[in-house]
Design a protein around this ligand. Sequence first.
Ligand SMILES: NC(=O)c1ccc[n+]([C@@H]2O[C@H](COP(=O)([O-])OP(=O)(O)OC[C@H]3O[C@@H](n4cnc5c(N)ncnc54)[C@H](O)[C@@H]3O)[C@@H](O)[C@H]2O)c1
Length: 331
Amino acid sequence: MHILVTGGLGFIGSNFIRLMLDSGYSVTNLDNLSYGSSIDSLRGVEPNPKYRLFRGDICDAPLVEGLVKEVSCIVNFAAQTHVDRSISDPMSFYRTNVGGVVTLLEAVRKSGRDVRLVQIGTDESYGDTAKGSFREADRLSPSSPYSASKASADLYALSYRRTYGIDAVVTRCTNNFGPFQSPEKLIPKTIIRAEKGLKVPVYGTGSNVRDWIYVEDHCRAVKAVMESGSPGEIYNISAESELDNLTVIRKVLRMMSLPETLIEFVEDRPGHDVRYSLDSGKLRADLGWRPLHSFDDALSSTVGWYLGNEWWWGPLADERTLSPAPWKLKW
Ligand SMILES: NC(=O)c1ccc[n+]([C@@H]2O[C@H](COP(=O)([O-])OP(=O)(O)OC[C@H]3O[C@@H](n4cnc5c(N)ncnc54)[C@H](O)[C@@H]3O)[C@@H](O)[C@H]2O)c1
């Protein structure tokens, strides 16, 4: 089976492409190499005859229409993804995260072919909650330009199911961590700054709670939805592993045998969501998925991966990327 993976040079997309090639799929990867991506994330994969890379934009309708003719499924990871950047540059998020998804849906519709679109969404579309866990039918209440654009994309995908009968299915996942994640994100930034002997920033009091999942578990869930999910459905993906940011940072420092005096509390990000939490009971019951990695084991192997793979993150980890207050920068 031949699939189109968009955003496959990013963090989750590159991990997903490895999983799919190992599972026998043929993969075309469409990525415009914007921030968050690295050509090195799929180093070693290029010679595989079942893999092909197109450098291009999901908003490029003629390009996308051509590619859709060749595949039976699209898995759309392509997005502008960094919340901090969405605060200083919201229009680019609107363009890719909404316009790009409508371009993909239009290409499927115009093709007249039976092509499944798996739209990769986020828990951030539900907004935050002090207690309880969101289920798929809950109200969307995004807080940032990033999450608002992702919520809109989900709604477009579901509307194309209802109006045109397109085989669209939506996933919403919690915070990922693991190999090949941009140094701009919490866990890599903590490891890299600590390794360099720099202060490790914590937004506000560090009490914001995230529901963490190892990237391999997320990719296995997306594969299950792609293969067996029902059209027009939404599937929450969560390992149900909630931790506040300060606890995560302390664990990383302990694993690196470094002191907590490296921690520095900095000004909080505007609109910072307090707690995310998802109920993934539907995915577990309907598709038999469950996470295979505990948070601590996966965190330990992630710390080990970053310490052993500076060749990958080194070129990406400049002063701006590692900034303690990225939302204040002009991107
Ligand atoms: N990282 C998380 O914790 C998380 C959690 C839930 C959902 N998600 C979703 O998963 C998807 C992937 O996230 P990620 O963390 O791997 O992001 P990432 O930023 O690492 O990767 C995004 C990729 O999309 C590509 N891209 C961006 N705009 C494009 C365009 N217009 N055309 C073609 N390619 C484009 C980038 O070059 C990059 O390779 C996103 O849709 C994100 O919203 C991420």
